[in-house]
Design a protein around this ligand. Structure first.
Ligand code: NAD
Length: 360
């Protein structure tokens, strides 16, 4: 049987890491029917939209997608395809496992953290008011009339909605994940001391949900303290759950702990859909250079295999990637900080991982 999977190469370095990963997944012997979905700048040229409707329909039909990164123009141009995909498909979970593999250039060893990030609300909800517009002026007036404070007229404003429903849903996911994968502790991350009605609500929801999981330890941390503690004693943490913005930032922090974006995989999940993608972005300056590390994308593919029920194939991919890292020969520039001239390219990493997979 072949799995129907929507393959979204993305742009920037996306197509290169996606191709490398596709080759590795096919080398496991698991069969796929890839349905290609073009998004981002390439789709913009061809379909006049960065996110054509057929891509959304394809993911809804296949229920599983593997996606490369997509560039979001800063400040102007089209809105984030990544945010739009998450919204359209109600992908409310961003799951990012962060694990050290022996041989990665990192100051830390034996890290095994799971970051669970709420994907749909918070400051990333996309509700924004541009400086100088009548809408921004109206909002500023409304806030002044309600005696909630004076906002300078030359301000741009982004809204931070945090709901009870979505907070409980993400925390419940974190606890269910902890239970399923025999994790011991869930830590909720927030800034409830300052933002009492948004982060405060998130924390209250987390505390309430935690009562249903007496078998799993629960604690909370303020996000600034959390950042420091993750650097000082990452081994003290297990599953972290956070609203969107803190989750995004801490995901990169955790990626840094385990050797960088080159080895940080991820999954975006809804109740019935799953879209797998690396934590890193499209690294535009390296486009077409066969340079960046495809391992984060390969490990996202490993998560996809496990999600499809192909646990054994997923384990083999992880073992093969870990073996290439441990050997330290066929790795990209980010794993050769002292000797970049000894690094290999994206496709050569795929060749090396495939050789490991094929070794009995
Ligand atoms: P980035 O992750 O693309 O790159 C930052 C730096 O990290 C790169 O310059 C490179 O030095 C390093 N890096 C990233 N991926 C690497 C890899 N696989 N191997 C080795 N080194 C790697 O972040 P950015 O520069 O902030 O963002 C570039 C674009 O990507 C932006 O338009 C941003 O919006 C977008 N982005 C997309 C996604 C996504 O599609 N899910 C995620 C993050 C950022």
């Amino acid at each position: 049987m072949a799995y129907n999977v929507t393959l979204i190469p993305g742009d920037g370095v996306g197509p290169e890491v996606t191709e490398a990963t596709k080759r590795v997944l096919e080398a496991t012997g698991v069969k796929f029917n890839w349905e290609i979905g073009e998004v981002g700048s390439y789709a913009m040229e061809k379909y006049d939209t960065p996110l054509p409707a057929y891509v959304i329909e394809s993911v809804k039909k296949n229920k599983v997608a593997l996606k490369g990164p997509v560039t979001t123009p800063v400040g102007s141009g089209f809105r984030s395809v990544n945010v739009a995909l998450r919204k359209e498909l109600e992908l409310f979970v961003c799951l990012r496992p962060c694990k050290t593999y022996p041989g990665v250039p990192s100051r830390f060893k034996d890290i095994d953290l799971i970051m669970v990030r709420e994907n749909l609300e918070d400051l990333y909800a996309g509700i924004e008011f541009e400086k100088g517009t009548p809408e921004a002026a109206n909002l500023i007036k409304f806030i002044a009339d309600a005696k909630k404070g004076a906002i300078r007229p030359d301000s741009g404003i982004s809204i931070k909605p945090i709901s009870e429903f979505r907070s409980k849903r993400i925390v419940k996911f974190a606890f269910d994940y902890a239970r399923q994968y025999h994790r011991k502790k869930v830590t909720a991350v927030h800034k409830a001391n300052i933002m009492k009605f948004s982060d405060g609500l998130f924390l209250a929801c987390a505390r309430e949900v935690a009562k249903d999981y007496p078998d799993i330890e629960f604690e909370d941390r303020i996000v600034d303290n959390m950042s420091m503690q993750l650097v000082q004693k990452p081994e003290a943490y297990d599953v972290l759950v956070a609203p969107n913005l803190y989750g995004d930032i801490l995901s990169d922090l955790c990626a840094g702990l385990v050797g960088g974006l080159g080895v940080a995989p991820g999954a975006n999940l809804s109740a019935d859909l799953a879209l797998f993608e690396a934590t890193h972005g499209s690294a535009p300056k390296y486009t077409g250079m066969n340079k960046v590390n495809p391992m984060a994308m390969m490990l996202s593919g490993m998560l996809m295999l496990r999600h499809l029920g192909e646990k054994e194939a997923g384990d083999r991919v992880e073992k093969a990637v870990a073996a290439v890292i441990a050997e330290g020969k066929d790795v990209t520039y980010d794993f050769k900080p002292g000797a970049p001239d000894k690094a290999v390219g994206t496709s050569q990493v795929a060749d090396a991982v495939i050789r490991k997979l094929q070794r009995k």
